[in-house]
Ligand binder design. Structure first.
Ligand code: 1CP
Length: 349
């Protein structure tokens, strides 16, 4: 029965249904939490914070302490891999990430993969510290950026752009883009495998910028690299569930889940539950999909939508989550309310 499950969130990723559904939220650590702001002020900059296992482990665990979520996501960033690959990365206050751009040849091979893996060892130390403190019923999710989303920062050199420069590569420099994506697949596979060795129970690939791509481009730069990454992880002996999150995939979502080999998929805000239930196998686990802006707004509309989402996916393995990350000015009370509603559903019946 549900109550005796050791790790409800992990069970759902493995294809079981749970009632109440487990809950966590993308970007639940950091940004909107005052206790994170306090912790963050102790590090000299954001990269240092990510590479300080004691601080990063504490930030990872804060959402469990405050909200009793069913899982935590490792506190790190998708751009650490570029830093480890020798592309200079810095985070500027009020601007966001600034990344040294990659040449048109697309190679990211300045640093041998073994060394890339080694450079990221503070992250594995964070994972093992979190694991040793986490209650057994909670799931620890490791993560990385999916290849295209990380490539985009290496091409554009910063966040917050319209992404047209990177998308243009798909048309003008597909060979360079393929090499760039392949280098990212290889480095990311070793990075994620090391997170699992250190104790991650599941992995998530953030393909946050998969929106607006033509079908053939989506296949080339999202589906194939995600598929290669999953295959490479399996080759490296990783046997934990892998969640894909192709944000903005739209009608290409079924192709993504069919072809990449992911075990579960994160649903964004825009996809309709009728489409998901019609197009994805009924035992395929999904995670999502409350609008982060509705979470910020709160109130009855939010409460109704939470219940609607739970009802929509009652027939399949479902993890309650957002359609994208928690936004910095989200009121804590709204997050608490969502957790309450999700947890109390089972008691109401
Ligand atoms: O000083 C600070 O506190 C910087 C803010 C911040 C934080 C808290 C950044 C900069 N990254 C993070 C942590 C982070 N990033 C986590 C840790 C866990 C958590 O927050 O719960 C995770 C999972 C990420 C993943 C991430 N980073 C993504 C994928 C998820 C998503 O939201 O789509 C992306 C796209 C990034 C890039 C990034 N890092 C930081 C910023 C400001 C950005 C976005 C830049 C842009 O708009 O393109």
């Amino acid at each position: 029965m549900a109550n005796t499950a050791l790790k409800p969130l992990l069970d759902v990723l493995n294809g079981q249904r749970r009632d109440p559904v487990p809950i966590w939220m993308m970007r639940q650590a950091g940004r909107h939490l005052p206790e994170y702001m306090e912790l963050r002020s102790r590090a000299k900059n954001f990269l240092d914070f990510c590479y300080s296992p004691s601080l990063a482990a504490e930030a990872t665990l804060q959402p469990i302490e405050r909200y009793d979520m069913d899982g935590v996501i490792l506190f790190a960033d998708i751009l650490l891999i570029l830093d480890a690959l020798g592309q200079g990365v810095r985070f500027e206050k009020g601007v966001g990430p600034i990344v040294e751009t990659v040449e048109e040849k697309g190679r990211l091979n300045k640093v041998p993969v073994e060394q890339v893996k080694e450079r990221l060892s503070p992250v594995y130390e964070t994972v093992s510290r979190v694991k040793s403190k986490l209650e057994p019923g909670k799931t620890l999710i490791g993560f990385a950026g999916a290849p295209w989303t990380v490539a985009l920062y290496a091409i554009e050199g910063r966040g917050g752009t319209d992404k047209s420069q990177a998308r243009l590569w798909a048309h003008q420099n597909p060979a360079g883009l393929d090499l760039l994506l392949d280098d990212l697949v290889e480095a990311t596979a070793h990075y994620m495998a090391a997170q699992v060795e250190a104790g991650a129970d599941a992995l998530m690939m953030f393909e946050s910028w998969a929106e607006g791509l033509a079908e053939d481009v989506f296949e080339q730069i999202v589906v194939q690299p995600n598929r290669k990454l999953v295959l490479r992880l399996r080759e490296l002996g990783v046997d934990v569930p892998i969640i894909g999150f192709p944000r903005g995939a739209g009608t290409m979502l079924p192709a993504y889940t069919d072809l990449t080999g992911v075990n579960a998929v994160g649903l964004d805000t825009a996809i309709s539950s009728a489409f998901v239930n019609r197009e994805l196998p009924s035992d395929f686990p999904v995670q999502g999909q409350l609008d982060p802006l509705l979470l910020m707004a709160g109130g009855e509309k939010m409460e109704r939508r939470v219940i609607e989402i739970i009802e929509a996916y009652r027939g399949r393995p479902h993890i309650f989550n957002l359609g994208h990350g928690v936004l910095p000015t989200t009121p804590i009370k709204h997050v608490e309310r969502v957790v309450d509603i999700v947890r109390n559903r089972a008691h109401d019946k």
